[in-house]
Design a protein around this ligand. Sequence first.
Ligand code: PAF
Length: 278
Amino acid sequence: MRTVEQLDSLRATLDGWQGRRGRVGLVPTMGNLHAGHLRLIRVLRDHCDRTVVSIFVNPTQFGPGEDFQSYPRTLDADLEALERESCDLVWLPDVETMYPLAESFRIQPPDRLTQKLCGLDRPGHFNGVASVVLRLFNQVSPDVAIFGEKDFQQLLIIRQMVKDLALPIEIQALPTVRESDGLAMSSRNQYLTAAERAIAPLLHQTLIELAEKLSAEHSWEDSRQLAWDQLEEAGFQPQYLEWLSAESLGPPQPGRPQRLLVAARLGKARLIDNVGLV
Ligand code: PAF
């Protein structure tokens, strides 16, 4: 496994693969790797010959007062895990490499995709995500990249960016990887106290129950209100609970893929989750 910190070394390694490089796959991450990330790597391996994992805690996707400074950084453990996964290359740019200009160019995804869900609670977040993912795509030139469905809005925005900018990159999606009690795996789960961790799976259970009610044709408004109240009673501060089209994030369309999406604060953690409906 090669670990590369400079753009010219990255390019030299990628060039060295040329001719016999086969398909290059990229897993973009912010590090603090957990079993969900490792599953992304394993699944991607079926779609490519060489695996590149990037680790970069991207400052432009954190808002003022968010956890950029305290975001868990565990590089040594991450590198050990990637070595065990037989990752070919780890790309470790610093902020100057990623954003060489003091006033950097930014990608602005369409409001239709950002002015809802996490985009309302985290203004500018998806501008930062799209800007860094486009940079990673330009630096690594992957044939395929993979993202988790836990960050469903991010996944849709990246798919739209690839389509709109005609990037020759296949985007693969991995269903959310969960703990045995249903909690979606996330680096931010470690902000939970033991008591909060015990109630955190209620977020996923709430989505499952709502999905069952919708398929039994219960009223969405009533079911949503009940679910919201239950979350609040358990100690969550819900931020959104929405039922949307899984294709456009617009209103759900009968017979088309749909999604239930939730975000809630629990103590110091902001948790998100979503489940699919047909
Ligand atoms: O999902 C993440 O970890 C980040 O948003 C990503 C895609 C690596 C961009 O910084």
